[in-house]
Design a protein around this ligand. Sequence first.
Ligand SMILES: [Zn+2]
Length: 481
Amino acid sequence: MRSLVNLVLRFRFGGIVFAAAALAIAISTAGQAETTAPIDWDKLNSEALGYFRDFAKFDTTNPPSNTAVAIDYLKKLLDHEGIATETFESKPGMVSLVAKIPGPAGVKPMLLMSHADVVPAVGANWTHPPFGADLSDGYVWARGAIDDKAHGIMALMTMIALKRGNVPLRRGIELMVNPDEEAGGANGAEWMVKTHWDAIDPAFAFNEGGGGAPDWLGLRGTSFQIAVSEKRVMWLHLTLRGKGGHGSVPKPDNPNLVLVNALHRLLENQPPIRITPIIAQAMDTIAPLEPFPASFELSHLELSEMNKLAIAGVLSPYNIQALLRDTISLTMLNAGVKVNVVPTVAEASLDCRLLPGTDADAFLKRMRDLLGDERFTIDYLQHPDEAPPSPSSGEAWDAIKRAVEKNFKGALVVPWMTTGGTDSRFLRERGVPSYGFVPTILASGEIARVHGDDERLSVENLNRGIRTTYDLAIDLCAAKD
Ligand SMILES: [Zn+2]
């Protein structure tokens, strides 16, 4: 800086040169200062709150997952900031948005992904209208507040702050907002990955699927469950055809009877417990912090007695148990046309979720053995994906830990798996490490509102989510001195 001033002063070509020198100093100082000058977070947060409420007011219910107007809203905000955007329409109204702040050529960017569609809301059950985005009691009340619109705003504000700050980057950053996540993503993230990979192609991705909890599994203090994997969706349809007849004459080959008995055998014999490496690592992480005897049980899960005690105790919540085995849920039954007619066909649909590493053919064979009747036909409604878990070590993982430590001091970071599917699996299938990490702290009562009534997110959570996402981006993308 000083040498530039000296250089200009030495020429002394009058006022014009001095003006140019002053300008050069101003530009140079600004360029230098912008990377270090503190952001006015209060101002940015209040701006974000307005954007969040606007975004949440768009009715993007899926079906039909029409996100066009909501995406256009985000696009205009980004365009206004001079951030490059592109939109992609898979089906009429189903629009994906990609925005980029480029980094050096040859370095793959960091991706912040979210979805704009939401599940339906029954307005009559809500305290505030689901698409009113009312601000009340420190919360924004809206369908999609948690899942997943505030999360999208955290990415938006991160991009805006980086761009305004003109932060020098060693890695580019991009945002993608998709439709159709709530219906499986075939016309959203999956479609983007399959047909527009070149438009994203990230080094790693951050998505919904994990976050902070105040008292998870009996831990004292905040912990973050970061999703590195998810159960693999395997939907099956069973059909049994047999002899019909008069309802007044019970027969053992009544298709309904055969189906019910077979399903009973199947459901009473859920697949055995299998501790995956992710769960083992998570339990190793939390065991020392658990009160006794959970601490001992969790650190000795390889012993079947400890296993049993833990499952009866600290691991007893059903959503935790579902992560310890492949699961089979009976979700649909269909048979019969009239009360006095034995039907000729009985059907059932099964929502099975496989752990990473489970062999689908072996799972199916075990199922056939338990059904015990060769007349069953089993059709796939959805094949399980082969997405590998993302590493719970390395550059992106370490950056998550640092961002959590900075913004949620003392919080524990635990690698985790989700029972439900997210768009992350499409990225993982392409070999991109993808993390479920929404930097908010949600008590179980708040989580229960997701897909339920009175979904809401506190302004405090929105603000710390923005700050943490920004810090994560700076850690992974900003040029180092
Ligand atoms: Zn979601």
